[in-house]
Design a protein around this ligand. Structure first.
Ligand code: G6P
Length: 363
């Protein structure tokens, strides 16, 4: 309804939508869980659990949610996952597995690049699921099944709450699939508990807005380039963090796998180049610390965003502890706020950045 799409007391939709994320997590939890029972279409569940490989197809921020989803589905549902950019996949379709199942992630459900893939998938006779924030959208109507993101209308062009909602909904489906298949990791995961933790953790971060405004000033004022780095789940997250920053601040920013820096990108590091390093991934933590030292030794201005269990003295941003697989739900929020304040400081139109559209209906 119309009251849902007013800015209320906010100056921008983006900040409002960032702040809504704890409520969205609670909504997803209460909608998709009924006690211990997971509320998903049982026909869909059997169909997707029967696949020998999932193909997740998306664009932009939804593609980044898909990269996070790969880990979640492979772990909880014990199925191999390919993540595909819609604009590439439709024209260069690889040899598919014997029993593929397609998952389309699309906040708007209208992205033409994703739709042209769905049209081909339908022609080939494969089944599909669209995860979308807009239930009657084109991609929802044309796919075999739909799961709603339940994020409420997202108006700011830079996507925030749809990304975190998408990761949560991927986790819901992966857990349901894993339980059906008897996968221990799925049975052991208290996803409702984790979503509640995520809601609280996001709240803690959004309650500290001044801190992120200051970080944006300290690290990004007058800067033309910035880097987000991380390994594993933090690499996927770094791509989204960098996208947020470039979309609305117009600062050239890139997300890199921390271990790849030394194979090329480190040549770009000069005195005071901002580098935001994520440490939520336990396996990669020690090596990322090494990469931080390498860039710091070359003069980079490093900010470490670490989850509590891997934090060290001197780390600037501490993320409350949460299951690593879904940790981007929480750890993306500092990047959203940093991008927001960097954009504001430059006098940009935060909600409607130049050259971008909320949904792109041309291929
Ligand atoms: C546009 C928007 C992005 C969005 C992408 C995919 O480019 O500006 O924010 O991530 O489309 O949109 P979708 O609605 O398919 O998730």
């Amino acid at each position: 309804d119309a009251s849902d799409i007013s800015k209320g007391t906010y100056d921008t939709f983006m900040l409002k939508e960032i702040d809504e994320q704890p409520a969205v997590m609670r909504k997803i939890s209460s909608h998709y869980f009924d006690g211990k029972k997971i509320n998903v279409d049982q026909k869909m569940l059997k169909d997707v659990a029967d696949a020998d490989r999932l193909y997740i197809v998306a664009a932009g921020t939804s593609y980044h949610a898909a990269l996070v989803g790969k880990d979640i589905f492979e772990n909880l549902a014990d199925v191999p996952v390919d993540v595909e950019l819609a604009s590439e996949f439709g024209y260069h379709m690889p040899k598919l597995s014997k029993k593929p199942f397609f998952i389309f992630l699309s906040q708007s459900g209208e992205t033409a690049d994703s739709r042209q893939v769905l049209v081909k998938v339908n022609e080939l006779g494969f089944h599909s699921l669209t995860m979308t924030n807009v239930p009657n959208s084109t991609l929802s109507r044309e796919a075999t099944y739909t799961m709603e993101l339940l994020a409420g209308p997202e108006i700011a062009v830079a996507s925030t709450k749809a990304y975190t909602a998408n990761i949560a909904v991927e986790a819901v489906l992966a857990k349901a699939m894993g339980e059906l298949k008897g996968v221990k990791a799925a049975q052991d995961l208290d996803l409702q508990g984790q979503l509640a933790l995520a809601a609280n953790a996001i709240q803690t971060i959004v309650d500290e807005k001044d801190k992120f405004k200051k970080i944006a000033d300290d690290y990004l004022k007058g800067k033309n380039d910035a880097f987000y780095i991380g390994r594993g789940i933090d690499f996927a997250l770094s791509l989204e963090a960098a996208l947020k920053l470039k979309e609305i601040s117009y600062i050239h920013s890139e997300g890199f796998a921390a271990g790849e820096l030394k194979h090329g990108t480190i040549s770009l590091i000069e005195k005071d180049t901002p580098v935001f390093a994520y440490i939520n991934d336990g396996v990669g933590a020690a090596h990322t610390r090494g990469n931080i030292q390498e860039v710091a030794a070359r003069g980079a201005h490093v900010l470490v965003i670490a989850s509590k269990q891997y934090a060290e003295k001197g780390d600037q941003v501490i993320i409350p502890e949460i299951n690593e697989m879904i940790s981007p739900i929480v750890s993306v929020v500092p990047a959203q706020l940093i991008a927001y304040y960097a954009s504001l400081a430059r006098g940009n139109n935060v909600d409607q950045p130049r050259n971008l559209a909320k949904s792109v209906t041309v291929e």
